[in-house]
Design a protein around this ligand. Structure first.
Ligand SMILES: CSC[C@@H](O)[C@@H](O)C(=O)COP(=O)(O)O
Ligand SMILES: [Zn+2]
Length: 205
């Protein structure tokens, strides 16, 4: 029997249903986590559909991604979640999805996408008005998650004010916040702005 708090498991399952309802976790795409007390992380097990996460579809790992129960396989991208929690002590929840706008735009753009002039920018820290911009970093995809996390960490070192999210090219979006409601809010804000960017490029290539 897992000793992961029921509230953490249910927050993860509800986030999966929400992301699925918006079409952001096709097939078995996406992964979801929350920080637990004691340097632990509750994270989705690998390979489940995130719209239908079973009660035992969440497991615990340490901040280096090591499973507490070695018989269970955590998300293939556990290293990226743990990288977020190690780097940002206030981060309490992290979400990853594979939406069409995130996937398409990350293939069209260079090493970042500028989001400017959107009212929804106010969902991000330190942006009290729409008269602001964020540079959402884009990293080339890599099946070697440790290597990918090294590049993400290097980018954070180079730009300490980077927003609490990034794209992986041809793959999807990562976003985090202090807690799960905050992470969902930021995910929805980013996805909205990315959808607007995609639509703008379609109308005004
Ligand atoms: C449907 S393949 C997607 C995976 O390779 C991965 O990118 C993903 O988001 C889900 O992997 P998972 O191991 O279930 O967390
Ligand atoms: Zn993924």
């Amino acid at each position: 029997m897992s000793d992961i708090p029921h509230t953490a498991i249910e927050a993860i399952r509800a986030a999966g249903r929400r992301m699925d309802s918006l079409g952001w976790v096709p097939a078995t795409a996406g992964n979801i986590s929350v920080r637990l007390p004691g340097d632990r992380v509750a994270i989705t097990r690998s390979g489940f559909h995130k719209g239908f996460i079973p009660e035992d579809g969440v497991m615990a790992v340490d901040l280096d991604g090591r499973p507490e129960d070695g018989s269970l396989r955590p998300s293939a991208e556990t290293g990226l979640h743990c990288g977020i929690y190690r780097r940002f002590p206030k981060a309490g929840a992290a979400l990853h999805g594979h939406s069409v706008p995130a996937t398409v735009l990350s293939r069209l753009a260079g090493n970042s996408i500028s989001l400017a002039g959107y009212e929804l920018l106010k969902a991000f820290p330190g942006l009290p008005t729409h008269e602001a911009a964020i540079q959402l970093p884009i990293f080339d995809n890599d099946q070697d998650i440790r290597r990918l996390q090294t590049r993400v960490t290097q980018a954070w070192d180079a730009a300490p004010d980077a927003p609490p999210g990034y794209l992986i090219r041809g793959h999807g979006l990562y976003v985090w916040a202090d807690d799960m409601p905050g992470a969902i809010m930021r995910l929805e804000a980013l996805e909205f702005m990315l959808a607007c960017e995609l639509e703008t490029r379609r109308l005004r290539p």
